[in-house]
Ligand binder design. Structure first.
Ligand SMILES: Nc1ncnc2c1ncn2[C@@H]1O[C@H](COP(=O)(O)OP(=O)(O)OP(=O)(O)O)[C@@H](O)[C@H]1O
Ligand SMILES: [Mg+2]
Length: 114
């Protein structure tokens, strides 16, 4: 059975990336885990996961340029699909990317189940 968890917050800098990697690494001790960075606007899992040199990320997958298999990397006992950080990549993915910051949940974090 496949289970999916989404880590999201209306506010920036609240520990989403840190929590996602820590949760993934903990679950990877007993499960097959794939962590996907869907923060198309300001991705940084690739830095935390030591993947800052990779050329192929979720940007290229969402742009229809490559199959997702080409954006999967083995790190820390799990599979990681990083997102890109280039502005041109964001433009390629399109304007449907989630907006960042402002206007988010008031008085707390809103978590959306996958
Ligand atoms: N449990 C924690 N205790 C103290 N500092 C933490 C903790 N979790 C994360 N941080 C720090 O808080 C900062 C923001 O964390 P992180 O990058 O994970 O947040 P984020 O929500 O992904 O941010 P962004 O909105 O920019 O993507 C980082 O400097 C991180 O090291
Ligand atoms: Mg983050």
């Amino acid at each position: 059975m496949v289970e999916a968890f989404a880590v999201a917050s209306g506010k920036g800098g609240t520990g989403k990336t840190t929590s996602t990697l820590a949760l993934g690494m903990a679950l990877a001790e007993t499960h097959d885990v794939t962590v996907i960075d869907a923060d198309t606007g300001m991705a940084n899992i690739l830095f935390h996961a030591g993947l800052s040199d990779v050329d192929t990320t979720l940007h290229e997958v969402l742009a229809g340029e490559v199959p997702v298999e080409e954006a999967v990397y083995d790190q820390f006992g799990m599979q990681v699909v990083p997102c890109g950080t280039s502005l041109s990549g964001v433009r390629t993915v399109g304007s449907d990317a989630p907006a960042r910051g402002g206007g988010g949940a008031r008085g707390g974090h809103r978590c959306h189940p996958a």
